[in-house]
Design a binder for this molecule. Sequence first.
Ligand code: HEC
Ligand code: HEC
Ligand code: HEC
Length: 134
Amino acid sequence: MYNGKKIILGLMIFVLLVTSPVLANIGKENEPPEIDLDTPAISQLEQRQCVESPEYMLANHMRMLNEWRDKALREGKTVYISDSGKEYEMSLENGCLQCHSNQEQFCDSCHTYTEVEPYCWDCHNGSKGADLEK
Ligand code: HEC
Ligand code: HEC
Ligand code: HEC
């Protein structure tokens, strides 16, 4: 006969030993980045809001930016009118990054976390300056 209790205890210890380093790491790797919304420009806004709702921005900012680029470059349109009727300049440097001037803590940290690498910064200087390396 075998000792069921001892086997179960042994199994539990085994599982714990094998998984604990993994568990310890899972926590760290999945820690979401600090999304820092506090910039001088944002703190001066009368209404603390983005171009569209934060939910919409989270889900659609990549599509919005593509649209902005196409409108600005192909059609020469530079003004975006939001759902609420507000006007924004359709620009990375003079739009998004005027408010989100902390590109590293905001855009970049989230992209690193989600493993997205926008190629925009190959040409756009981002919050490092408004000049494009043409
Ligand atoms: C190969 C270089 C290059 C890449 C890569 C690039 N752009 Fe641009 N982009 C330009 C140039 C040049 C202009 C025109 C700037 C001007 O007219 O002053 C421009 C203009 C724009 C504009 C309108 C004007 C402005 O000041 O922002 C938007 C919006 C834009 N790009 C978004 C993007 C986005 C989003 C990406 C990445 C998905 C991207 N671009 C990638 C070169 C590039
Ligand atoms: C007029 C200033 C302003 C401009 C311009 C602006 N934002 Fe925002 N953005 C904000 C504010 C303020 C919030 C927080 C809104 C809230 O909490 O309701 C925000 C929130 C966001 C969020 C959601 C973050 C989260 O975790 O909830 C994303 C993503 C975002 N912005 C991306 C962009 C992009 C991309 C652009 C350019 C296409 C842009 N923003 C232009 C001010 C701005
Ligand atoms: C809270 C997280 C988060 C923040 C903050 C954020 N992004 Fe993103 N971004 C994403 C995710 C996730 C994707 C990929 C979405 C997809 O592929 O559908 C993405 C994709 C993009 C893309 C398209 C890249 C590609 O290769 O398709 C651009 C351009 C972009 N983001 C620009 C910005 C800019 C500019 C800011 C700051 C003003 C910003 N993002 C802030 C999460 C974020």
